[in-house]
Write a protein that binds this ligand. Structure first.
Ligand SMILES: *Cc1c(COP(=O)(O)O)cnc(C)c1O
Length: 380
C-alpha cells in the first residue's frame, strides 16, 4: 500500500467535483425555507410554537417511542436524561472511552464521574462483555442499587454510544445492566435512522438522546431530542427542560431547579423539514456505502459495515487502515488533495479532565483509535 491516489479519485468521482470535499454537510432540498418563513410570518420564532410540537410527534413516530422532548442540543439532552434516570452528584456512570467528548461532558455536568470501558471491535460501541467483567470485578448490589466496591460510589447509569450510526450490541448490554439494576441511557446522537433487530436505536434503553447539530444526518442548526417509552419520565423531561414550571393561569411557580433547554421554534421548523427527508437521506447514504464497500474491498482496505441484525444509518463512513503509519499517510494524502478525512476521536482518558477516571484496559478502543478514519459521507 502507500498509494492512495485511486482512493482520492474515486471519492472525487462519487461527488462529481474537483473542489474541496468536506466530511459531512447538510442537504436542504425540501420545505426548509417554507417552514422557516412561516415562523417569521407568525412571529413564533422562540421557545413555543407549532413546529416544536410537530417535531416531537415526528420523533415519536420515527423512533417508535411514547414521548419525545425537543431540547437545545444533544449534550443538554444527555445531561437531562441522566437526571431523569436518577444520576446524582457523586455517582458513577459507565460509558465508552471511544466517543465524542460530549458523552463524558454531559456526565460531568451532572456532577457524576465517568468510568471508561472498552468497545467491541465489530460495532465500535460499548462492549457488553467489558461492562459485565467490570461489574463482576467491582460491582456490589445493595438494596438501593449497584455500588463500585473500589470507590464506594453508586453506579446509576450506563451510556452506550452508537458510533457513527453503528448500533451497539443492545440486547446483551441491557441484559447485563438489568442484572446489576443500572438504567441504560442511549447516546444515539449519531444514529438517527439506525435499527437494532428492527427497533430504532434510542428506543431500547430507558431513555435515548439524539442530536441535530450541523454535522449530523439531519440538522436543525442546533438541537436535540430526548425519547423514552416511559411516559412519566418523558413528561418529567419536558417539565425539567422548560424551567420546571407548574401550570398556573398567571403565576410563576417553579418547584424544582429546572433548565432552559428548550429548542426554539425556528430550529424546530428546520428539523421538521429535514425529518421529512430522512428516508431519502438514509437510502442515498446506503447507496454510497455500497459503492465504497466494493471499491475498498478491491483495494484490500477494510470499509466498516453494519453488523448482523442491525441497520446502520451510515452517518459518517469509515475505513480501518492496517496500522498507524498507514493511517497517517492516508490522512496526509487525502487532506493534501482536498478530500477531507479525519481520524476517530482520542480516547476520553487521554484528555486532561478525564485522565484520572477509572477505566479498563481498552484494548479494542486503542486498536481502533490508531486505525479508523472517516471519509466524505454527505448525502449526494
Ligand atoms: C454530536 C454528538 C453529541 C452532542 O450533540 P450536540 O447536539 O452537538 O450537543 C453527543 N454525543 C455524540 C456521540 C455526538 O456525536
Amino acid at each position: 500500500m502507500g498509494d492512495f491516489n485511486s482512493v482520492i479519485q474515486f471519492i472525487k468521482d462519487q461527488y462529481k467535483t474537483d473542489n474541496f470535499i468536506p466530511l459531512h454537510v447538510p442537504k436542504f432540498g425540501g420545505n426548509e425555507k417554507k417552514y422557516l418563513l412561516d415562523t417569521i410570518d407568525t412571529t413564533f420564532v422562540s421557545s413555543v410554537g407549532a413546529y416544536v410540537d410537530q417535531f416531537e410527534l415526528m420523533m415519536q413516530s420515527i423512533t417508535k417511542t411514547q414521548k419525545a422532548v425537543a431540547v437545545v442540543n444533544g449534550t443538554a439532552g444527555i445531561q437531562v436524561a441522566l437526571r431523569l434516570v436518577g444520576v446524582k452528584a457523586g455517582d458513577e456512570v459507565l460509558t465508552q472511552a471511544l466517543t465524542f467528548v460530549a458523552t463524558a461532558n454531559a456526565i460531568a455536568y451532572q456532577n457524576a464521574i465517568p468510568v471508561f470501558l472498552d468497545v467491541d471491535l465489530d460495532t465500535m460501541g460499548l462492549s457488553p462483555k467489558a461492562v459485565a467483567s467490570f461489574l463482576e470485578e467491582f460491582g456490589e448490589l445493595h438494596e438501593d442499587g449497584c455500588y463500585n466496591k473500589k470507590t464506594g460510589r453508586k453506579i446509576t447509569a450506563c451510556v452506550p454510544m452508537h458510533t457513527f450510526g453503528f448500533p451497539v450490541h443492545l440486547e446483551e448490554l441491557i441484559a447485563v445492566c438489568d442484572i446489576w439494576r443500572i438504567p441504560v441511557v442511549e447516546d444515539a446522537a449519531e444514529s438517527l435512522g439506525s435499527e437494532y433487530k428492527g427497533n430504532p436505536t434510542g428506543s431500547l434503553g430507558k431513555v435515548g438522546v439524539f442530536s441535530f447539530n450541523g454535522n449530523k444526518i439531519v440538522t436543525c442548526g442546533g438541537g436535540g431530542a430526548v425519547v423514552t417509552n416511559d411516559i412519566a419520565i418523558g413528561e418529567k423531561g419536558k417539565y425539567l427542560t422548560t424551567t420546571a414550571k407548574v401550570p398556573h393561569p398567571y403565576e410563576y411557580v417553579h418547584d424544582e431547579m429546572g433548565y432552559n433547554f428548550r429548542m426554539p421554534n425556528l430550529n424546530a421548523a428546520l428539523a421538521c423539514a429535514q425529518l421529512e427527508q430522512l428516508d431519502g437521506f438514509l437510502e442515498n447514504k446506503r447507496k454510497l456505502a455500497k459503492e465504497y464497500q466494493s471499491f475498498f474491498a478491491a483495494k484490500g482496505i477494510h470499509f466498516r459495515t453494519e453488523t448482523p441484525d442491525t441497520k446502520a444509518n451510515y452517518w459518517l463512513m469509515s475505513v480501518e487502515l492496517e496500522n498507524k503509519v498507514d493511517r497517517d499517510l492516508f490522512l496526509e494524502t487525502t487532506n493534501a488533495n482536498r478530500v477531507m478525512t479525519r481520524p476517530i476521536w482520542q480516547l476520553m482518558y487521554r484528555l486532561p479532565m478525564y485522565a484520572n477516571c477509572q477505566r479498563d484496559e481498552n484494548v479494542n478502543a486503542e486498536f481502533l483509535e490508531e486505525r479508523i478514519v472517516n471519509i466524505p459521507s454527505s448525502v449526494r
